[in-house]
Design a protein around this ligand. Structure first.
Ligand SMILES: C[S@@+](CC[C@H](N)C(=O)[O-])C[C@H]1O[C@@H](n2cnc3c(N)ncnc32)[C@H](O)[C@@H]1O
Ligand SMILES: [Zn+2]
Ligand SMILES: [Zn+2]
Ligand SMILES: [Zn+2]
Ligand SMILES: [Zn+2]
Ligand SMILES: [Zn+2]
Ligand SMILES: [Zn+2]
Length: 517
């Protein structure tokens, strides 16, 4: 059976959404407003399942804090083509439909167990050089008996070097033709590995970071296996290249292991063996904005790690590096307050925009969020980073320390300037507007409702939605909420029913994080 490439669809709209967020951020919009929210249920409450594991519960937040009829949808796929699961929260589902759904979930579950993939790989490695064929159409290493059935496909010979670099061999996942599976440049991957090795970490848990895993493995082979790594990723093509203890087919939006107990046991064993060895998690999720479900999964990994540590361990979170755009900083810190954002700009080989060395808008917006003390993560001087002894962290060259704010204020890599009226540093393109009483872009809609916009829920100008007491009360209800965009016919139906389809289409590109300014 051909290992399926299970739906990784969040990424295509990510590029759009990241661009849009950058624009929104530039315009000073803060991302508060009406939107779809993910509601993480109380522990123990089961949600219906799609082929990608437990679904998430979505609610549309309306003005006044009311939320509309809630529905379940796929946690991993944004595109209906990849997963069209839809169910109203209060919908009664017939036994027949439940059974049909079960059958569909089973059928769509990738059929190749990790162990089978590994024995195929061992067989493949034992073949002669002229027999080692990879099918480009099916993205599959072919055993001799399978070659005939791929005769009409494009295939190529692969050697040991390619087998060690699956991220170069496999086509980066995309959908709607935009590049989606953004792979680290050698510069960024090498920096991460060096920085973590310098802190004494010898076990690397790569969540959604296949290239980091393969470079860690190569490095380990050069260093007598000193570095151990485990990859958790939804892209099951990687199963072809790794031992069962090196890869788990995993959904990071709901902490779901497609391989069941056997697979979650691999993570447990990896974390358990780490007693005495320092383990670090590096996660590079798609930039879609599901911060709270991600934080929840990372917290569950942390919980497992903590239980396996010697009893004197009091750390709440596993040492981690969460790689995400800087404008998600408020959202990430709201969920995991022990993380700090570092100035290091992560760049990607196959990203059309964000390349190292560019300036202004072309700089990568992707940063590291970590609970490793910032002063211990040495950012490379030759790339333009320096140490700020007041802030006790390494910062980007243009991030100048402001003595009035007493910090290095820049988030986006540009040099920010202090506004004495606002009593804070702002982006270089902003000007202080007397009418609005705050800094904004020169062409902002001055004095309009937009400029003076207060809390979306209660209308107060004193706070934004996230700080609204109404919103806090909702959270007290032991639900976590999260801005999220959803697409798909069924979901669009839900929006139309609530009379907001047009507005929400706009919202599907709306930032869920504030600009951090
Ligand atoms: C932005 S790419 C990061 C790749 C990383 N920069 C590297 O070079 O190793 C996102 C990764 O997350 C994976 N991914 C996407 N959705 C996922 C999900 N729901 N659960 C787990 N992994 C997912 C993708 O397959 C991809 O490998
Ligand atoms: Zn699904
Ligand atoms: Zn094929
Ligand atoms: Zn400083
Ligand atoms: Zn300042
Ligand atoms: Zn100002
Ligand atoms: Zn104004």
């Amino acid at each position: 059976m051909v290992p399926g490439v299970s739906g990784v669809s969040r990424c295509d709209s990510e590029l759009q959404s990241v661009r849009f967020e950058a624009e929104m951020e530039e315009s000073g919009a803060d991302g508060d407003g009406p939107g779809l929210e993910v509601v993480l249920p109380e522990e123990g409450r089961e949600t219906p399942r799609c082929p990608h594991g437990p679904t998430l519960l979505f609610a549309k937040v309306c003005k006044g804090g009311e939320s509309s009829r809630r529905f379940f949808a796929c946690s991993a796929c944004r595109d209906r083509k990849d997963c069209n699961f839809f169910q109203w929260e209060d919908e009664k589902v017939s036994e027949a439909r439940l059974q049909a759904r079960e059958a569909e979930n089973r059928a769509k579950r990738p059929g190749t167990a990790q162990q089978d993939s590994w024995s195929r790989f061992v067989k493949f490695c034992g073949l002669g050089a002229h027999e080692q064929r990879f099918c480009l159409d099916c993205q599959l290493l072919l055993l001799p008996a399978e070659v005939a059935s791929h005769a009409a496909h494009s295939t190529r010979l692969v050697g040991a070097a390619q087998l060690r670099r699956p991220s170069l061999l496999l086509r980066p996942l995309d959908n709607k033709k935009s590049q989606a599976q953004f792979l680290f440049t050698e510069r960024s991957a090498r920096f991460l590995l060096d920085a973590l090795a310098a802190r004494g970490f010898s076990r690397l848990l790569c969540v959604g970071a296949p290239r980091l895993q393969e470079l860690a493995k190569l490095r380990s082979q050069e260093q007598d296996g000193a570095l151990k790594s485990l990859l958790l990723d939804i892209d099951s093509r990687y199963a072809q290249f790794y031992r069962p203890d090196e890869f788990c087919h995993y959904n990071m939006f709901n902490h779901h292991f497609f391989g069941g107990e056997a697979s979650s046991g691999v993570l447990r064993a990896f974390l358990a063996e780490s007693a005495g060895e320092k383990v670090v998690m590096v996660a590079d999720p798609p930039f879609g904005g599901l911060v709270k479900p991600l934080a929840s999964s990372f917290s569950r990994i942390s919980e497992l790690w903590r239980k396996l540590q010697p009893s004197d361990s009091s750390a709440a979170l596993i040492p981690m590096v969460w790689i995400f755009p800087y404008f998600f900083e408020p959202r990430i810190l709201e969920c995991l307050p022990s993380l700090t954002m570092l100035d290091y700009q992560v760049d990607y080989d196959n990203h059309p925009l964000y390349k190292h060395g560019k300036t202004g808008r072309k700089q990568s917006p992707v940063r590291l969020f970590t609970n490793i003390p910032a002063k211990d993560v040495v950012l490379p001087k030759d790339e333009g980073y320096r140490f700020c002894s007041v802030c006790e962290r390494y910062v980007w060259s243009l991030n100048k320390h402001c003595s009035k704010c007493n910090l290095c204020p820049s988030k986006d890599g540009r040099e920010w300037k202090h506004c004495s009226a606002c009593e804070r540093c702002v982006k270089p393109s902003w000007r202080h507007c007397q009418a609005c009483g705050r800094c904004a872009l020169p062409d902002h809609p001055c004095g309009s409702a937009h400029a003076a916009r207060g809390c979306f829920l209660c209308g107060s100008l004193q706070h934004k939605r996230r700080a609204c007491p109404a919103s806090a009360a909702r959270r007290k209800n032991r639900f976590l909420t999260e801005g999220q965009s959803v697409s798909g016919e069924n979901r669009a139906k839900a929006k139309r029913k609530s009379g907001a389809a047009r507005r929400n289409r706009k919202l599907s590109l709306q930032p869920v994080a504030s600009a951090g300014s």
